[in-house]
Design a protein around this ligand. Structure first.
Ligand code: NAD
Length: 368
């Protein structure tokens, strides 16, 4: 059958591309403590993106006023990563936008809308692949409930990297999932290094290796291999279904510390964790590679909020947490701590009809 032949050819191309990708993985880390100029790219995104980003930029301008004046930090506005422009050009990240992005060291990015169906890839998936941002780190903390979780989600493999490359035959569709030794090793190393450097004593590996035997099986095996280099850190394995329940099980959830997961499970469970913390508007997210890093809110572009004329109530807390993570990443620990303290101490919550995002941002600016 011609369709089967075409599908096999498409699969062959995927395999060749993935093998080429892992053959080219490189680690060239930047030392931000000694870099004379750090360029922070600022991307508004879609929907509520421009609204929450305006608050975040104001906060960064306040915290980094001296460095911005001296030129040791540059905030570089990058235009063109809008849904309209992406659709018009038929590119998830237009080539000129990507070229601009690659002149930066780190990015603070507002959420971008991904059209449902079609072949347009999510801008995030493209950026994670193009910039090789392999570690998605998402902290969730609720001190009064003794919850302090850090999720390490693999960001460049799994179902997502090939999600727009599936094949269709009459009456059926097939997508692909990929897990590599090198890809798993580096995310596992990032999780264990984080645990070691932050006084954590436990890393929980979460997969569905009982069902996805090859891909998740490999993820688990390689993660355990890496764990052998960290004998002081306890390791346990969970399946994603029971782990989803564990996070709402008050009897055990405060025992989890660092959680290591492949891409799809990590994406889903971190929204659950953010909701437990107080909503998807409240969590930050870092996408970290060896050369580039991108920081963003955990939530999306909230198009319904805009359609309902409620953009003023978009909560900037998540993007501000991401900004604090960015400051830590570029070794601006004092500025990061000031922002973290202001966020922790802010009693105001953004609620429709009560307080707006602008009022919240004003309270944070005052507390700095
Ligand atoms: P969403 O996160 O945009 O919205 C989910 C719910 O949370 C909605 O009720 C929304 O109003 C609310 N919400 C989200 N952020 C909020 C905030 N800061 N303040 C107040 N309320 C907030 O998720 P969705 O509706 O599934 O996705 C919308 C679009 O965003 C989709 O196109 C999706 O692909 C995209 N998306 C982008 C990113 C990203 O760029 N990182 C992440 C997730 C989703």
């Amino acid at each position: 059958m011609n369709e089967i032949h075409q599908a096999c050819e498409a699969f062959r191309t995927l395999l060749e591309e993935q093998l080429a990708r892992i053959a080219n993985l490189r680690a060239d880390k930047i030392d931000f403590s000694s870099k004379p100029v750090v360029t922070v790219g600022v991307i508004d995104g879609d929907g509520i993106g421009p609204i929450i980003m305006a608050h975040a930029v104001k906060v960064l301008e306040t915290l980094l006023a001296d460095e911005l004046a001296q030129g040791s930090v540059v905030l570089k506005r990058i235009e063109g990563l809008t849904l309209e422009n992406r659709m018009a050009l038929g590119q998830s990240v237009p080539a000129d936008v990507l070229a601009q992005i690659k002149t930066c060291d780190v990015l603070l990015k507002g959420p971008t809308t991904t059209p449902m169906g079609g072949r347009m890839e999510s801008a995030n998936v493209t950026l994670r692949r193009e910039l090789d941002l392999y570690a998605n780190c998402r902290p969730v903390s609720i001190p009064e409930k003794n919850i302090d979780w850090m999720f390490f989600r693999e960001n460049t493999e799994g179902e997502y990297v090939l999600g727009s490359r599936g094949v269709e035959l009459p009456g059926m569709a097939v997508d692909f999932k990929v897990t590599t030794d090198a890809g798993t090793r580096r995310i596992a190393r990032a999780a264990f290094e984080y645990a070691k450097n932050n006084g954590k004593t436990r890393v929980s590996i979460v997969t569905k290796a009982n069902i996805m035997k090859k891909t998740d099986g490999k993820f688990t095996a390689i993660a355990h291999e890496v764990a052998r280099d960290y004998p002081d850190i306890a390791v346990d394995d969970w399946y994603i279904d029971i782990m989803t329940a564990n996070l709402v099980n008050e009897a055990i959830r405060d025992q989890f510390q660092v959680v290591l997961l492949p891409n799809l499970y990590g994406d889903i469970i971190t929204d659950e964790a953010a909701q437990i913390q107080g909503g998807v508007g409240t969590a930050g997210s870092a996408n970290i590679g060896d050369r580039f890093a991108m920081f963003e809110a955990i939530h999306g572009s909230a198009p319904r909020l805009i359609e309902q004329g409620l953009g003023a109530y978009a909560n900037p807390a998540s993007i501000l947490k991401a900004a604090a993570m960015l400051l830590r990443h570029i070794c601006r620990a004092d500025a990061a701590a000031r922002l973290e303290r202001a966020l922790e101490g802010c009693a105001l919550t953004v609620d429709v009809g009560a307080s707006t995002g602008a009022e919240y941002a004003e309270a944070i600016l005052k507390a700095l």
